[in-house]
Design a binder for this molecule. Sequence first.
Ligand code: ANZ
Ligand code: ZN
Length: 824
Amino acid sequence: METKDFNSIESKWQANWAKNGLFNTPASPKKKFYLLEMFAYPSGDIHIGHFRNYTIGDVFWRYLKMKGFDILHPFGWDAFGLPAEEAAIKRKLHPGDWTMNNIKTSRETLKQLAISYDWDREVITCTPEYYKWTQWVFLTLYKMGLAYRAGSSVNWCPSCKTVLANEQVEGGICWRCKSEVTKRKLEQWFFKITDYAERLLNDIDKLNGWPENIKIMQKNWIGKSEGTEIKFQIPNPKLQVSVFTTRPDTIYGVTFMVMAPEHPLVKELTTHEHKKEVEEYIRKAALKSEMDRTTTGEKDGVFTGSYAINPLSGEKVQLWVADYVLLHYGTGIVMGVPAHDQRDFLFAKKYNIPMKVVINPKDKSLSTETMTEAYNDPGTMVNSGPFNGINSVEGIKKITEYVKEKGLGKATTHYRLKDWLLSRQRYWGAPIPMIHCPKCGVVPVDEKDLPVLLPPDVKDFIPKGRSPLSDVPSFMNTTCPKCKGHAQRDPDTMDTFVCSSWYHLRYSDPKNSNAPFGKDKVKEWLPVDLYIGGAEHACGHLIYFRFITKVLHDAGWLTFDEPAKRLFNHGMVLDANGEVMSKSKGNVVSPRQLMEEWGIDVSRFAMLFFAPSDWEIKWHEKGLIGAKRFLVRVWNLINASIESRQDGTNSKEETANNNLIALKRKLHQTIKRVTEDIDPKLEFNTAISAIMELVNELYAQIPNPNSPIPNHGVIKEAIKTVVVLLAPFVPHLSEEMWQKLGEKNSIFTQPWPLYDADMLVAEKIELVIQVNGKVKSKIIVSTNAAEDEIKTKALEDDKIKELLDGKTPRKMIIVPKRLVNIVP
Ligand code: ANZ
Ligand code: ZN
């Protein structure tokens, strides 16, 4: 078997599958399964990471098919987004042409890889047929009061010249171009995802089929924090501010207050004397990224010159401005408790602000003179007026009750999650379907006028900090849907995460031109039964698609409010040295190259055998060589068995033959292992090793490798089963072998084998125990019991124990399947 042989088998069966419409979605599913892999961003040809993701899906599809499921397994393209524009700028191509060309190439590769997609259901997010409905999603949110415009300080990438969502800023760095992100003020569109924070959080507990790590990441991202809001009076100028704290028990220890530099009251609260310094500080803070501001380490700030009054102790404390306080968390003002909060401790040390201990650990009195760090654990409240002596955990409740009673504050909940900023000042995206009218203000486009088409005649994509669409008068000039007067379109386009937030729904009815999808269709197929993709989407896409599913549920379009029952994160593909494959490193293995050099089946088999699907794998040639060797071994076995084919079995001989009984048992054990490793585990590597063991066992039954295989029913059954069990992993080769075995129909119409539970248990036999050659007792062991197990069992026998009287025997001889002789 050479690669060309594999290749010709592959083309033969692909033509057959295409002719018979193997991958078509059944019209009215009875036993439905919606299998979805994250769609692809078309940046060139598909790469090895895609190949892994989609092959995992394909193995599962083929298994489900043989299990008799009616499966929806679609594919599509996340086709809007920045790289298309960058390529357009660099290569002087239109972003649309660049994108569609990449889709063409990638689709061709996926087809050649025979991934079981129903290409009839393909969606491409940059086509008007699709983005019409992305715009509809926007309008739906707008009508529900969930889309709003606000001027805000936004993450700004000075190099991409665009606004970025929080999810696109990693450690203060732009996710794409890796340059430092700064802040800028712009009018932006937001989705009110914070209205759904509580539901998004609570429903995580419904996601039984999701990996724990993703659920934890989402919980942290939503970041629910229960605390207390406490009012502080400022005597001059007479004002009132609130702080948000999770430690109201430390209120008597407050020695200063800090406001976020962007806080609207900063100006008013800064005295003339400190004005210059504060203004300079604010200017610098605006340039810092959120990450820089919040990471641990020494913090700096400036004094405003004003003071606040502690509502409980009546003490006067300094009011500072520092950028470690964020405007959009809590109230944007914090109370500083240096003795019990490390950040405050460092701040107070640096600026010589007084400290005050109000919580003491058990059996110890702290002193600010000797403290080298803040004490932030619970303890006993001291220097806290009427609350002295109370345990601080209890104190949290007591103080909260107290401030509520006195009208000084209340218990509140805050979330870290922020509203979803979705407008982009870029060309290659779905236009926001809103109109700005000088008379009527902001007016939504009529649904019947969708899609708002992206004009093709744009030449200049160079980012300028405003959308390139704002320079296209034919696009911008329109009439107001309300007053019919002259008006302007919104020049911004939508974040691509909006496109991908609802694509899972569109697949149920991808050609519908009257609605985003038919309610009946979506009910027939959704929710997704298994969603496969990378863990890097934990807090971006995977939160957005849960959010939009909930919104469309609330709008009456869906009967469910979670998009996917099960989520599976596949691992990364690394090179042999454990490095991420990348073009610049020159260590990329492309699926196309693999296909040509090894064939598809050998490549997938090697990849699946490297490691469990959720682990990272190190790609190495040895794996391919091994995969090929094994598959050729199976191929030879099939050929030898065909040569020996005779009809009828010899049942008498079969029962008499202990080896054949063992083979039968192994066969059923293998079916059980492979089935469970595929479903639910998706641990294909161990499934494959189980099949390898069975093949070894089969070879052991062949007296002479060159002679025909003995004509026993069990052997025949085992050989057939090997081919069926291999089908999800090496679909083409299995079809060919299946045909060779005389079968007429596709192996994928064959039911998945069931195992016989009775056959799994090893058979028992009786062994005689002798002492010095004389029969003394008997034990029962399974036929395949190991020597150690037999020895232990023999020594544990009551009669033998008595005879040996605690002594260790000098020798034990085992005659397999007959007796154990003990020499004391
Ligand atoms: C006083 C205090 C004393 C605090 C103490 C902590 C310990 P989580 O749990 O993450 O929600 N905080 C409040 N708003 C803030 C803002 N806008 N920017 C930065 N920090 C802010 O954190 C809540 C705590 O973070 C609050 O409780 C507040 O500091 C700080 F011994 O108040 B704490
Ligand atoms: Zn108008």
